[in-house]
Design a protein around this ligand. Structure first.
Ligand code: ADP
Length: 274
């Protein structure tokens, strides 16, 4: 039994015309890092919404097919149980900080306080995460005064302190500079080492190459390709089939040819076009 499984999933939001997911079949194992890639509007966030249970619990619409978590249909899961199982990290680190806490320590403790966990236990768990993520220098700072990269690291810590099994991370570094990006990914790597199942929406190919075990390419609501990261990134044939986005395919080709990952352009504007 797969940990997370989609069988023949099609979905249409209540608003808007047409299906945004079309016969999606996916099987995700525990403890792996999955990169969801694809153009804007291809359906990546919708897949994340489905895994979180927001579809069909909050977004109604028309859902066909089977969406199973630990073998149990998403429709039968209680949202509260799903919420405990999953952590979600937003694209914009500025929206994840509560804005009500005076220090980073308190900010990270916030979720546990809401669950009315006993104070000594909260202190222990927050201290442990701060240490694990190397956030000691920030722990007494005002969360509002942090840089974007620091906020994103604190966001990750706030989610991780809840000890979720599954982490859904939607373009965590799209608004960060390269150094902050690297620091955020160091933390994602720690989460990976802790055996978390990670679903990562990410565009930066060198991050995918380094951290993802498996790549899933979504186009127009369909999974058009998936496989081991190194196989997908080096599959030049996909250019000829016109399936992959040119930058992904060409970057994969360049990577295989030169072996110089760091010199490969990574942003869309810098990418080679065909
Ligand atoms: P991606 O994450 O790959 O950019 P999305 O899953 O956000 O793609 O979007 C897939 C399609 O679903 C797009 O056409 C988008 O306009 C549409 N869509 C996304 N969210 C909603 C919504 N809440 N209501 C209606 N349509 C939506």
């Amino acid at each position: 039994m797969s940990y997370i499984e989609m069988k023949g999933i099609s979905y249409k939001y209540p608003v808007g015309d047409g299906k945004v997911l079309k016969d999606v079949n996916l099987s995700l194992e525990k403890g792996k890092v999955y990169a969801l890639i694809g153009a804007n509007g291809s359906g990546k966030t919708t897949i994340c919404n489905l895994i979180r249970g927001f579809i069909p619990h909050f977004f109604k619409g028309d859902l066909d097919g089977e969406m199973l978590i630990e073998g149990k249909d998403i429709r039968e899961w209680e949202m509260g149980d799903l919420a405990q199982k999953m952590g979600y990290i937003f694209q914009n680190p500025f929206t994840q900080i509560s804005g009500t806490k005076d220090t980073v320590f308190e900010e990270i403790a916030f979720g546990l306080e809401n669950l009315r966990v006993e104070v000594p236990v909260i202190k222990e768990r927050v201290t442990e995460i701060i240490k694990l993520f190397g956030l000691e220098p920030l722990q007494n700072k005002d969360p509002q005064q942090l840089s974007g990269g620091q906020r994103q690291r604190v966001s990750l810590a706030s989610v991780m302190v809840m000890d979720p099994e599954i982490l859904i991370i939607d373009e965590p570094t799209s608004q960060l500079d390269p150094q902050a990006t690297e620091e955020v990914f160091k933390i994602i790597n720690i989460m990976k080492q802790k055996g978390k199942t990670i679903i990562l929406v990410e565009h930066k190919i060198e991050l995918i190459a380094e951290y993802a075990d498996w790549v899933i390419l979504v186009e127009d609501g369909k999974v058009v390709m998936e496989g081991k990261t190194k196989d997908i990134l080096s599959d030049i044939k996909t250019v000829n089939h016109g399936v992959m986005l040119p930058q992904y395919a060409l970057l994969g080709y360049e990577m295989r040819k030169t072996g110089r990952l760091n010199e490969i352009p990574i942003t869309e504007s810098e990418a080679i076009t065909v």
